[in-house]
Design a protein around this ligand. Structure first.
Ligand code: CTP
Ligand code: CA
Length: 225
């Protein structure tokens, strides 16, 4: 195993990747979530593993499977669970790529029995989840590389740069939902990479595997800086 990996650019590097959506429980049978398929995060984990990295993949609920047995997968459900798993592994990681579509809000109360229908209207009170990436950004040591994603529909680059700054990131992957073929369920994606020196690279629409490769090239660059 060690011999096979020798010479690969990410050998002896531990990289944390998050993928997929989160499920925020309302009661034992219902939850709030989003359309994330997990494909991009799993493609990243596969690509990193192929480059020799020790990959910890923290996955929200998804049907995706990894190509490599060496990838250590931790399954989580909620944003709170994902936060705990990330905090347990971030300190010892060389890089973290936060690809998951973490819920921004979660119900204030989780009913322990199935909620019966009753009135014509039903309100669910929500509270903000902890911003995992921002939390990791405050804990980042020098030499650690922190990568975030930004899903935007308008004012895209400005919003992405604001997230890069606010969350203390080294790189942000701007995911444009405006391009046909980009985003959630598709096997393709169109991204722009912006680093913290504001170097910007705009990529064509390509397969998520190829997008993962582009991101890895940049991450290797940042790790070796
Ligand atoms: N993120 C996170 N924890 C959250 C919400 C988001 O770690 N509770 C991460 C995502 O994984 C992503 C980055 O923050 O890498 C940006 O997520 P995005 O939804 O684009 O931005 P938000 O900061 O949540 O802002 P908004 O949804 O209002 O645009
Ligand atoms: Ca969000």
């Amino acid at each position: 195993q060690a011999d096979i990996k020798k010479g690969l650019p990410l050998v002896n590097k531990k990289v944390l990747v998050t993928a997929g959506p989160t499920h925020e429980a309302i009661d034992p049978v219902r939850f709030i979530s989003n359309h994330s398929s997990g494909k991009m995060g799993f493609a990243l984990a596969d690509e990193l593993a192929s480059l020799g990295a020790d990959v910890i993949l923290i996955a929200g609920p998804t049907v995706q499977l990894s190509k490599y047995k060496s990838i250590r997968r931790i399954d989580v459900l909620s944003a709170a669970d994902m936060l705990d798993a990330c905090l347990a592994h971030f300190e010892t990681s060389d890089a973290c790529i936060m690809c998951a579509a973490v819920a921004d809000y979660t119900p204030t109360i989780v009913a322990n029995k199935k909620i019966k229908k009753n009135e014509s209207y039903f309100n669910i009170e929500l509270k903000k989840t902890t911003d995992i990436l921002k939390t990791l950004g405050t804990q980042k040591r020098s030499g650690q590389v922190l990568v975030g994603f930004a899903l935007e529909t308008n004012n895209e680059e400005d919003n992405a740069i604001e997230k890069l700054r606010k969350k203390n990131l080294d790189l942000i992957v701007l995911n444009s939902l405006n391009d046909a073929g980009a985003g959630f369920k598709n096997d393709t994606n169109k991204v722009t990479l912006i680093d913290n020196a504001l170097n910007k690279t705009v990529f064509e629409l390509k397969s998520k595997t190829e997008v993962a490769r582009d991101i890895c090239v940049k991450v290797i660059d940042l790790i070796n800086k």
